[in-house]
Design a protein. Structure first.
Length: 95
């Protein structure tokens, strides 16, 4: 068994997605600051064999941007609406 971890919850999300979902075409996106949306979305992620990517509200951490750029992801489903994760967060890399 290999432990997957990162410097924070966002890097850990990227590490899990990279290791477990290298061929995924869809990703579910949820706030990494508030867990209910991600928790409620787990069944949908499992049903679609899709990673659950945790993001801050307004940007994408570099580790997750790298995963998406190097993956087959062609669609993202944002859980919780724009008050949880803004649509711009998917195209804005965190500073």
């Amino acid at each position: 068994m290999t432990r997957l971890a990162g410097a924070d919850r966002y890097d850990t999300s990227a590490a899990v997605a990279t290791a477990v979902f290298p061929q995924a075409s869809t990703a579910l996106v949820a706030s990494g600051d508030n867990f209910p949306d991600a928790l409620a979305g787990v069944p949908a992620a499992a049903l679609n064999a899709a990673p659950m990517l945790l993001l801050p509200q307004q940007c994408t951490p570099l580790s997750l941007a790298t995963y998406v750029a190097n993956s087959q992801i062609s669609s993202e489903i944002i859980l919780g609406g724009p008050t949880s994760v803004t649509p711009e967060a998917l195209t804005t890399t965190c500073a």
